[in-house]
Design a protein around this ligand. Sequence first.
Ligand code: CUO
Length: 670
Amino acid sequence: TEPCFMQKGEKKAVFQLPDTYYPDKYKSASSTLADRFGSDATRTIPVRNIAMPNLSLPLQLPYHDQFSLWVPRHRQMAARLIDVFMGMRDLEDLQAVCSYCQLRMNPYLFNYCLSVAILHREDTKGVNIPTFAETFPDKFMDPKVFRQAREVSTTVTDGNRMPIVIPQNYTASEWDLEQRVAYFREDIGLNLHHWHWHLVYPFDASDRAIVAKDRRGELFYYMHQQIIARYSAERLCNDLGFPRRYNNFREPIEEGYFPKLDSQVASRAWPPRFAGSTIRDLDRPVDQIRSEVSELETWRDRFVEAINTLKVKLPNGREMALDEATGIDTLGNMMESSILSPNRQYYGDLHNMGHVFISYSHDPDHRNLEQFGVMGDSATAMRDPVFYRWHAYVDDLFQMYKSKLPPYTNDALDFPGIRVMSVGIQGGAGGRNVLSTQWEQSSVDLGRGLDFTPRGSVLARFTHLTHDNFNYVIEVNNTSGRGVMGTVRIFLAPTMDDAGNRLAFRDQRRLMIELDKFTQTIPAGTSTITRSSVDSSVTIPYERTFRRQADRPGEPGSAEAADFDFCGCGWPHHLLVPKGTPKGFPMLLFCMISNWNEDRVVQDTAGVCNDAASYCGLRDRKYPDKRAMGFPFDRPASAGDIGSFLTPNMNVQECSIRFTNAVRQHGQQR
Ligand code: CUO
């Protein structure tokens, strides 16, 4: 068989399995299979014959079913399989159990658990697994592509194949207003980011260490808060109102969604949700789910009660205070919920089960034998308009807590001696303080994820939003008389609401999109900081979102290839800037320099990929900023508008985003 993963320095190899590893149906064909895959391999590696651990639980998920992180039964299966993979004493044993599983286990479950294990085992740092978009391209694109790919790959030889073009706007017509932001919701890179984020931050595992990452509950809140802020800006650019919260679980969901995705594994279309669907009590014996909508309401009420009293009830009957330093982290874990929730029995599983209820709204009692819709899968959930309604509500609950905290005092905000004289944008085609956006066509290779012969590369070309690179230019005056270290925090927010009224600070702060955050030496006197947009602490480059092993410049095992799965987490760079409008959409650029001595986290970050830490944190490290995530906008302030919020170490600049309706080819970056 093909290896589950490649070890350091390994190129092409084929794995020879002990006969006992083959499921009965393949036994007679095992030598033919070996020949087929072995023909272009450079060497054959025998797989160790080990006594298999007990895999009966994860093997209960049928091969052709979908797998959801959020379905409780699936979580148990995943937790067991992750345990098995984590428990293998060395890489050869891991390879052995993987090869065994690969032939019989549900591929989605298998891929998820193996990825989590590779990410968390000491001995798998630098081990490569194929990128998810290429393994399961069916989760990301129009199935027509696969029919065409099949045709192309059987009629045209590898090397002469033209890329297959994935159309834009294939899930709905313009009659559906929500379609105006489909370019964002259905962006392949965006959905990959979300899948990666949930891979890096699992909420369930029997090994607590896999879950217990520094401030993971707060990061759950913050990363999803930023999704809502960014989506809101995209909506405003497209003449749509703010995302409406899904806060009444008894009301129909106005938005429908017809995903037009086919599962290649299940040979079945993902079910749609009709406009006006209402979530209903779930009773699905196959998934061992029985849950009532009233449970969601109970959990919600208890969550709100914890915020109102600033106290959490513990299983032992005691209470724990939600304090300023860790309250949001605790609430994040309670809401999601993760196993770090202080009382999962009482506060339940609000966010996860919200996904589950919505994803089964078309068949809550399994009478139609349907599987869950796209909201049930972290790789596809962001395609659906209801995702943003659900997370807008989740964010509202977090904001309810933030509004209980005292506003930051000027002392907490200011950096005495440091004055930001100006901030601006340069380098785009549109001139000073203008950001330029347009479409771009890029390709992804489907060859790996298509289960047909002959093999080889089949490129799919898709169109996505992008922007011109630009620089931030910040003028600083340091009157402290000596060089100091500062943390530069850059945000961008709309200036007006959908009705054209100027946004008050209380609304604008929640729309602040983090663009970048970096540490900077500031010499005494006046100086100018120039920072390139491509260095953003929020994003990863296009190549990292999509790149496959063979395209990586470094050898496998090099620092570049190492940590691939962690490094695959990061907002896709092509979506750094909202779309804007042809006339130019007004935005406010914000810059703050805070005192690094108060922000810094002392740790060694050498060798970890640390260029997208804002939304993804750092592997095996603390979150590299001591302040609350989203600082200084995470709390309400008494300021009526942004002008009166500013301390001398902050400044703003009106700018605009100008969209040009043209398509450039990937690589033609200006
Ligand atoms: Cu990422 Cu609801 O947590 O989708």
